[in-house]
Write a protein that binds this ligand. Structure first.
Ligand code: PAF
Length: 296
C-alpha cells in the first residue's frame, strides 16, 4: 500500500519504519523542510523516507496521522486538497476530541481511529527506540471507516498486536482514563510512572479514578470502578520505568495534551453535571505550568 505518515515523532517513526519493513511504500510528512528523512529503529540499519511529497500524498491509500491531538487540525488542513477521497485517514494520538474538529473537512474519506500502548522514544532526529511492546486497536469513526477492518491485518503484519474493534469509543475512553490518572500527576511531580504505585499517591489516584468512572458511566461506557482501577494499576506497573508523554512535555517546556485528556473529561463532566474537583485541580496546575513558560 502507499502509506504516508503525517507527524513522524516517536510513535509515527516507529510505525513508518515497521510498515516499510512489511513491504509498503511509506513516505513521511514532517514539519522539517528536508527532501528525505533518515530513520534508525533500535539497532537496525537506517532507512530513508521521502518527506513532504505532495505527489505521494495524492497517491496515498492510507494517511496515518500521528501528530499530537492539539496539532491535528493545523497539520491536516493545508493538506486536505491533496488527499484523495478513497484514502483511509487513520488518527493515532493520546486524548479525545481532536478528530471531531477535522472530520467535517474530510467527510468523503473513510476515517479510522487508533489507540496504541506501544512505547516509543526518539532520542535524536534520526533514531527511534521501541521502548515497550504494546497493543494497537483500530476502529471506524464514520460509516466508510467502519468498513476498513482489513486494515487491522495490515497494521498487525507490520507491528503486532493490532486488532479491529467495533467499539473504538470504549478503547479510547479506557486510554483516556489511563492518561487522566498517569499523565498530569507524573508531569506535576516530575516522576516516573512507577512512582505512582507508592502509598503517598493512592488517595489522589483513587479520587481521579472515582471522577473518571462517574463520567464514563454517564457517557454510557460499560466499565466498573474495579476494572478501571485494575487497568490503571497494570499500566503503572507495566510502564514503571517510563516517563509519561506529559512528563516529557513539561520537562522540555512543550505544550501538553492536557486539553484533549483531562480537558476533554472535564467538558464531559460538566455536560453531565458531575463535579470533578481533583481532575479540575490537575488541569489548572498543568495550565499554570504552561503559562509560566510563555510569561518568562
Ligand atoms: O502518554 C503516555 O505516556 C502513555 O500513554 C502512557 C500509557 C501513560 C505510558 O506512559
Amino acid at each position: 500500500m502507499n502509506i504516508v505518515v503525517l507527524g513522524p515523532g516517536a510513535v509515527g517513526s516507529l510505525w513508518a519504519y515497521k510498515l516499510n519493513l512489511a513491504g509498503h511504500n511509506v513516505s513521511v510528512y514532517s514539519s522539517q523542510n528536508l527532501p528525505n528523512l533518515s530513520l534508525e529503529l533500535d539497532e537496525q540499519p537506517a532507512l530513508s523516507f521521502v518527506n513532504q511529497s505532495i505527489e505521494l500524498l495524492t497517491k496515498a491509500d492510507v494517511l496515518l496521522v500521528t501528530v499530537k491531538a492539539w496539532q491535528v487540525e493545523a497539520a491536516i488542513e493545508p493538506l486536505i486538497k491533496h488527499i484523495d477521497e478513497r484514502c483511509i485517514v487513520v488518527f493515532m494520538h493520546n486524548g479525545m476530541g481532536a478528530v471531531d474538529t477535522v472530520a467535517p473537512l474530510l467527510d468523503r474519506n473513510p476515517l479510522v481511529l487508533a489507540t496504541t500502548t506501544h512505547g516509543a522514544y526518539k532520542p535524536s532526529r534520526e533514531k527511534v527506540l521501541h521502548t515497550g511492546h504494546g497493543n494497537t486497536l483500530l476502529g471506524g469513526y464514520n460509516s466508510k471507516g467502519s468498513r476498513c477492518d482489513f486494515l487491522a491485518e495490515v497494521f498487525n503484519h507490520a507491528l503486532a498486536n493490532c486488532q479491529w474493534t467495533e467499539n473504538i469509543n470504549l478503547a479510547l475512553w479506557n486510554k483516556l482514563a489511563i492518561n487522566c490518572a498517569i499523565n498530569p500527576l507524573t508531569a506535576i511531580e516530575q516522576c516516573r510512572n512507577g512512582d505512582l504505585a507508592k502509598e503517598h499517591y493512592q488517595e489522589k489516584l483513587n479520587q481521579i479514578i472515582d471522577e473518571v468512572c462517574q463520567v464514563m458511566r454517564a457517557e454510557k461506557v460499560p466499565i466498573t470502578r474495579e476494572q478501571l482501577e485494575e487497568t490503571v494499576t497494570q499500566v503503572i506497573k507495566a510502564t514503571a520505568e517510563n516517563y509519561s508523554s506529559m512528563h516529557q512535555d513539561v520537562f522540555y517546556q512543550r505544550k501538553t495534551e492536557i486539553d484533549f485528556i483531562t480537558g476533554y473529561l472535564l467538558v464531559s463532566a460538566k455536560r453531565h453535571n458531575i463535579s470533578a474537583p481533583t481532575n479540575q485541580a490537575l488541569y489548572d496546575n498543568i495550565k499554570t505550568i504552561e503559562n509560566s513558560w510563555t510569561q518568562s
